[in-house]
Design a protein around this ligand. Structure first.
Ligand code: FNR
Length: 350
């Protein structure tokens, strides 16, 4: 448990200031253009971004995706960002609750209900940690923080770059099956920056998974984070794979095509602006997810710093809707868009 907490702090330090988004990694959202409408014939106030997630209403189709917990510093991050989610009507996820499972005293650092009583809240655990604790253990993680659901994270790339990481990835679908039985539509399966593709998405949906976060390439790279901590062979192989993954734009468009309209899809991984959020929604996401930018803004400027960073994102998202002449996400999805360059190649292959 000591080791888990230490690793978490090293991760936070690296994410706060390190080069965890390698140059050249791309979401391929730059290959998407929404089309300008010169005559929007609407007021900004008419934009209605409300949506539903985990049985609750959201004012914006945004999820602050799971990052942290387990240390005092992590507790502050969780409470500040959950405060913002409550204030603006967003969804919120805590980071991996593995440390809390190992040491229940750390539970408090994951608890945000005091500041975020009404937000759709996701717990978080890794696929292979869930094996160890079983369905009842996972249920306890959710209950102990008053969450509405659980995010199950997939991170084979990260594990392989981590000296102490997993080396056996067999039996994953079986675990998911058990969790679907226990949690139903309160289960979300997510990647951590390497992307979920249409093949895996289809299989997960066949097992009954109703919520997916594709978490694609182009933002925080967990292979990169581990590479910065690794040495020797692992550091070198980590460097080789720090741009590995399915770009977020390719992941969300291909997964939506593969699973049909009824699965709730989150797109995260490298979204940095409101316009990025609008683009993933146009490509088929129900919610846009973001992690690193709000974490960094919080580390630099506390709650108010994060508030300002979020205000820019929310304002950009509204503006993208107005300038495409869309009153809602549904209308935005009906508008024309241009798909160019590498994204076109990806979508032809997936
Ligand atoms: C993460 N992410 C993450 N994901 C997860 O499922 N469990 C976790 O514990 C963490 N921890 C974590 C810490 C920090 C500091 C960051 C920045 C990210 C991954 C995160 O939820 C998301 O999927 C990716 O980071 C992609 O989004 P961004 O960061 O590019 O916006």
């Amino acid at each position: 448990e000591e080791a888990t907490a230490k690793r978490k702090d090293a991760h936070l330090d690296l994410c706060a200031t390190g080069d965890v988004e390698p140059q050249g990694n791309s979401t391929l959202l730059e290959d998407v253009r929404l089309v300008h409408c010169a005559m929007p014939e609407m007021a900004v106030d008419e934009v209605d971004l409300t949506t539903e997630f985990l049985g609750k209403r959201l004012r914006y189709p945004l999820l602050i995706t799971g990052m942290t917990g387990g240390t005092e510093r992590a507790g502050v991050v969780n409470r500040d960002l959950a405060t913002l989610a409550e204030r603006h009507g967003l969804a919120f996820g805590v980071g991996s609750q593995r440390a809390m499972a190992e040491n229940p005293q750390l539970t408090e650092t994951f608890q945000v209900r005091q500041v975020a009583p009404t937000v759709p809240l996701l717990g978080n655990i890794g696929l292979y940690q869930a094996v160890g604790m079983g369905v009842d253990g996972v249920r306890r993680l959710v209950e102990d923080i008053g969450a509405d659901g659980i995010a199950l994270h997939l991170n084979a790339g990260q594990e392989l770059t981590q000296p102490e990481g997993d080396r056996d990835f067999r039996g994953g679908y079986k675990v998911v099956e058990g969790l679907v039985r226990a949690f139903g539509s309160r289960l979300l399966v997510k990647e951590t920056g390497c992307g979920i593709g249409p093949e895996v998405a289809r299989r997960l949906v066949e097992l009954g998974v109703r919520n997916l976060d594709v978490s694609g390439l182009g933002g925080t790279s967990w292979v990169r984070v581990e590479q910065l901590r690794a040495s020797g062979v692992q550091a070198q192989v980590g460097a080789e794979f720090s741009s590995w993954g399915i770009p977020t734009a390719a992941a969300i468009a291909s997964v939506r095509r593969a699973v049909g309209p009824d699965v709730r899809l989150v797109a995260s991984g490298g979204l940095r602006t409101g316009l990025d959020a609008a683009k993933v929604i146009a490509l088929g996401a129900d919610l846009a997810g973001t992690a690193l930018p709000l974490f960094r803004a919080q580390q630099e400027g506390g709650l108010e710093g994060a508030e300002q960073a979020l205000a820019v994102i929310l304002s950009g998202l509204r503006q993208a809707l107005v300038l495409t002449g869309s009153r809602s996400c549904g209308e935005l999805r009906q508008k024309p868009r241009v798909i160019m360059g590498q994204l076109k190649d990806w979508l032809a292959a997936l």
